[in-house]
Design a protein around this ligand. Structure first.
Ligand SMILES: O=C(CO)[C@@H](O)[C@H](O)COP(=O)(O)O
Length: 235
């Protein structure tokens, strides 16, 4: 039986609540169907993260059935939800947390337009200011990877390390996003679908115009460091 300090227990409870609730945002923004997709959040101050159970209806997700894992993706026995299998992408999320300490949240969806770009293995070019703001450039393609082990995690880390983008389109699969916390990663998942749709529509009308690199840099810097009420800087 694992015991944690009162501070860590409070942090676990908060991440359970946040991660359970954030799954509802995937539904609200139309990024998933049936039981596809998943959200996880790192527990601040501990080598732990929280992720959803595999193949459970979104309506049934609740803080008490979120699953607590260590950074190897092993379920912590005896904790609430531990009797169920964790998400199929648990090893991928765990790999990201182990190798990207700045990441506090990971999200995967099957959102339609982002998956359509992933199926063609084409990066989304940075041709609108919203992309420069959020992603600081193109949204890259990651390698085709088998589901279930840490291959997807390796592909995410290899592709996003040193890249400004918080989203990668895993070839023939779909978007995985990272963030400072689970909410930040959900935001990137919402944004990547939005820009995937807009750039796709733009291409139906003609060839989108590239943006100057200096403009992309300036927009990214402003959005990360000035926009909104409490900008937190790039990841
Ligand atoms: O595509 C995949 C596997 O990468 C997932 O999105 C599944 O569709 C949902 O898996 P669980 O998180 O429910 O296991």
């Amino acid at each position: 039986m694992n015991t944690y300090s009162p501070e860590i227990e409070v942090a676990i409870a908060r991440v359970r609540s946040d991660v359970a609730k954030l799954h509802g945002e995937l539904v609200r923004y139309g990024l998933v169907i049936w039981t596809g997709g998943n959200v996880s959040g790192r527990v601040p101050g501990a080598d732990l993260f929280v992720i959803k159970p595999s193949g459970v209806d979104y309506d049934d997700l609740a803080p008490a059935n979120m699953i607590l894992c260590d950074l190897d993706g092993k379920v912590i026995p005896g904790t609430p939800g531990a009797e169920r299998s964790p998400s199929s992408d648990t090893a991928a999320h765990a790999y990201v947390y182990r190798h990207m300490p700045e990441v506090g949240g990971v999200v995967h969806t099957h959102s339609t337009y982002a998956v359509a770009w992933a199926a063609r293995a084409e990066p989304i070019p940075c041709v609108i200011t919203a992309m420069a703001d959020e992603f600081g450039g193109e949204v890259p393609i990651g390698p085709f990877s088998i589901i279930g082990d840490d291959s997807i995690g390796r592909g995410i880390v290899e592709t996003l390390t040193g890249h400004r983008s918080r989203a990668v389109l895993m070839q023939n699969h779909g978007p995985f996003t990272i963030g400072k916390d689970a909410r930040d990663a959900v935001k990137a998942a919402v944004m990547v679908e939005d820009v995937a749709r807009t750039v796709h529509i733009s291409r139906q009308l003609g060839e989108p115009k590239p943006m100057p690199t200096e403009a992309i840099d300036a927009l990214f810097d402003r959005y990360q460091n000035v926009y909104g009420q409490a900008p937190q800087g790039a990841l």
